[in-house]
Design a protein around this ligand. Structure first.
Ligand code: NAP
Length: 254
């Protein structure tokens, strides 16, 4: 449908080489967007690029550690250099370090905040003049159920993901006048490398997720494709500053 058509649009998906980012990238590619996917691992980038290119659109990849300011700025500049424009920024790259709050070193705290929150802000900061000059654009920030809830083993992650939602609201109010919509997506429990590690580290996590999620299953990367297309397309032009759970009902469960 034309309302959801992304033909001619250019999207950056950070962490687009796997998991949730790959699912979102696939949705955007299927809807016609050209893509720059970003990650640290060259092999994962190459494999994802090959799979995404099968949708028929142009796909490029970029190697960057988004914990540092300059590589984030280089990412935005690389998209503009290669494609001549930028319309959609999906800030998805993220990490978690799980332990009791009192056991974190300051370096561990900082690493999580640097990637999940500061890197995301720098990407928005660097993309803003490009989107404004183009007459508008879409920013999609990935939060978490930990944007809403706490658990005992995710202090810096929860702080970063809560920050993502508040930052999203602040940017949405500031940039609405520029026709830039900024929204957050809050995934529930999605089966990815990140959560495969969590399953290994947190006793009975699988049972607890299945029990607590009304849909009765883990989500997949594919479950994230539709929301990416919606928030990247003209269908969501009057939606900004929201945080939308994609969670099989997890956040609605009392
Ligand atoms: N899975 C879930 O249940 C879940 C739930 C809520 C929220 N989330 C959020 O969703 C996002 C994606 O998670 P996921 O589950 O798909 O994780 P994942 O499978 O571990 O993928 C993480 C992605 O981010 C990239 N990445 C990580 N650190 C990076 C860095 N410093 N610089 C550049 N790229 C980096 C990775 O690529 P490289 O390895 O190549 O660097 C990879 O593509 C994260 O923000 C996560 O917090 C996940």
């Amino acid at each position: 449908m034309q309302r959801f058509d992304l033909t001619g649009k250019v999207a950056i998906v950070t962490g687009g080489n796997g998991g949730i980012g790959f699912g979102m990238a696939q949705g955007l590619a299927d809807a016609g967007a050209s893509l720059l996917i970003v990650g640290r691992n060259a092999e994962k980038n190459a494999a994802a690029k090959a799979r995404l290119a099968a949708a028929g659109g142009r796909v490029e990849s970029f190697i960057a550690d988004l914990a540092q300011e300059q590589p984030v700025r280089d990412t935005i500049a690389d998209a503009v250099r290669r494609f001549g424009r930028l319309d959609i920024l999906v800030n998805n790259a993220g990490i978690n370090i799980r332990k009791a709050p009192q056991d974190y070193t300051l370096a561990e705290w900082q690493r999580v905040i640097d990637i999940n929150l500061t890197g995301l802000f720098v990407a928005c900061h660097a993309a803003y003049p490009v989107l404004r000059q183009a007459g508008g654009g879409k920013i999609i920030n990935i939060g978490s159920m930990m944007s809403l809830f706490g658990t005992p083993f995710v202090a810096p992650y929860a702080a970063s993901k809560g920050g993502v939602v508040q930052l999203t609201k602040a940017l949405a109010t500031a940039w609405a006048k520029d026709n830039i919509q900024v929204n957050a997506v809050l995934p529930g429990w999605i089966d990815t490398e990140l959560t495969q590690r969590a399953r290994a580290e947190v006793p009975k996590l699988n049972e607890r997720v299945l029990d607590r999620t009304p849909a009765g299953r883990w989500g997949t990367g594919q479950d994230m494709a539709g929301i990416a297309v919606f928030l990247a397309s003209a269908a969501s032009d009057f939606i900004t500053g929201t945080a939308i759970p994609v969670d099989g009902g997890f956040a609605a469960q009392g």
